[in-house]
Design a protein around this ligand. Structure first.
Ligand code: 4AD
Ligand code: MG
Length: 480
């Protein structure tokens, strides 16, 4: 904006330019100053003489009240201040006479940036259900709920980097396009530039030598394998990036595109891995309590009145460590006593969310770290136990969510790793680069992956994972 000029004795004196102050800072400021605020109208009310405009700029949950005297601000301008319209306001910050806020802006000048047709604006009072808001995901960041979620999400990302940087971990960027299926689950999105209407074939198979990379490639399901290359060189790394899974699970806990944080540490055994994972999530939850209280209180009030208490309880509780076999015994026992699970429980079965939540919410009543799973339900890279039938995996299970972290100590022995790859009929050729870590100076090492949106489900108390990522990708949905 142009600076204000004053003409005095034929000299033009430039006064100090009024810079914009964010609402977050205005609400904490001392009254008495001239201020400039910018934002979007949330509501307008009042009478013929005076209008009250709630202005929000996303810097915090709260709005600042703008008081517009109709003798100062023209009728033409006031008419345009409908919900969603954008404006800048110059005026004086004064102590508020009304209850609900300490300060407000006594408007001297209002300029409308953009009008907002109230008939067409998608964020009407009438339908604010989370389901409806998903259909207008391009607009929902302007609601209190998604403003809060987005600010918490950003704070959590900051906390993650801070946690690992303070510990001297190296932030490693692993590729999104890859030829390896790290988890061996086969649910990958293929990446190709082949013309799908005339795919080149060779001996009955797709001829990928004609494709962009000259081989079959996909979007990564995990950065772990490349993370291990980093850890076995610089010691301790973490990744933080998007991962993609084409599993057709339409649940409130699965996304086709989600973000994962994967630390990987040389010289860590499973015990060290568990200690780090527990410290890590507690640090993140504490960070949210320390830095996001206004937003948490809002979410606690609107969606989940046990939220803040649950967050506080997690940071003060030691996680329960249990082996898969012990966990299965507990579940089978519960079944014998009459508890009905939808999915069967028996040694060898993969745990479903209902089982995980039973252990956490009903049996132990605290977060659980489950370890030593049957090798057949876990990925090829996990360290094999002496018993020949279990591997040194660890899943961290949380109330309301189930699995939030999956990880393991890695198989460091070249012979055992190769034997397992063969046993699972995986291609050794595609994994030669990975196997080299075991060939050349192998070390015990461990790591885990935290699902960023699963963490956010826990921290925000939202019930559906589609509501903690700005633009969710799920089966049959890639809008925006
Ligand atoms: O248990 P997962 O599959 O483990 C791995 O990918 C390992 N490579 C991690 C490692 O050891 N470096 O996934 C890790 C976490 C899960 O615990 C869960 O929180 C999250 O990623 N996750 C998903 N989150 C949202 N949508 C999905 N479809 C997810 N699949 C896994
Ligand atoms: Mg897992």
């Amino acid at each position: 904006m142009p600076a204000k000029y004053y003409i005095c004795c034929n000299l033009i004196i430039t006064m100090e330019k009024l810079v914009r102050t964010k609402v977050k800072d205005l609400l904490k400021a001392e009254p008495g100053k001239d201020v400039l605020a910018k934002g979007w109208v949330r509501t307008k009310r009042g009478n013929k003489q005076i209008k009250f405009i709630a202005l929000n700029d996303g810097s915090c949950l709260a709005n600042i009240q703008v008081v517009a005297d109709t003798s100062v601000i023209s009728e033409d301008v006031l008419k345009r201040l409908t919900t969603g319209a954008s404006l800048e306001v110059r005026g004086k910050l004064v102590a508020s006479v009304g209850s609900g806020q300490a300060v407000e802006i006594q408007a001297e000048e209002i300029e409308v940036y953009g009008d907002c047709d109230p008939m067409r604006y998608p964020l009407q009072k009438k339908d604010t259900s989370l389901e409806y808001l998903r259909t207008v995901a391009h607009m929902r960041p302007r609601t209190n709920t998604f403003g809060a979620v987005l600010r918490i999400r950003s704070q959590m990302a900051y906390a993650i980097h801070t946690f690992f940087q303070n510990k001297g971990f190296v932030y490693l960027n692993t590729p999104l396009i890859t030829e390896s299926d790290a988890e061996g689950a086969g649910d990958m999105f293929e990446v190709t530039t082949l013309d799908l209407t005339k795919v080149p074939m060779h001996e009955g198979k797709v001829d990928y030598s004609k494709d962009f990379f000259g081989k079959r490639t996909s979007l990564t399901v995990s950065g772990q394998l490349e993370g291990e290359l980093g850890a076995t060189a610089v010691g301790e790394i973490y990744t933080f990036g998007p991962t993609f899974r084409a599993e057709n699970s339409n649940t409130p806990r699965h996304l086709a595109e989600f973000w994962m944080i994967e630390p990987e540490m040389a010289f860590y055994e499973i015990e060290d891995n568990m200690v780090l994972a527990e410290e890590f999530v507690k640090y993140l939850v504490k960070w949210a309590l320390d830095n996001c209280m206004e937003d948490l209180e809002f979410l606690n009030g609107k969606y989940d009145n046990g939220l803040i208490e649950r967050l506080q309880s997690v940071i003060g509780t030691e996680f329960q460590r249990v082996t898969y076999t012990e966990g299965m015994d507990i579940l089978e026992d519960a079944e014998k006593k009459g508890h009905v699970f939808e999915f069967p429980v028996h040694w060898g079965a993969d745990l479903q969310s209902e089982h995980e939540r039973f252990l956490v919410e009903q049996h132990f009543k605290k977060p659980v770290i489950l370890t030593d799973f049957p090798k057949d339900i876990k990925a090829f890279y996990m360290k094999q136990n002496e018993d020949g039938r279990t591997v040194r995996g660890m899943d961290v299970l949380f109330p309301k969510i189930g699995e939030i972290i999956g990880g393991s100590e890695r198989e460091a022995s070249l012979e055992k790793l190769e034997a397992r790859i063969d046993e699972l009929h995986m291609s050794r050729k595609n994994l030669e680069w990975y196997i080299d870590t075991r060939r050349f100076g192998t070390v015990p090492h461990s790591g885990f992956g935290l699902g960023f949106e699963r963490l956010l489900l826990f921290v925000t108390g939202m019930a559906n994972i589609r509501d903690v990522i700005p633009f969710p990708r799920t089966p049959r949905n890639a809008d925006f």
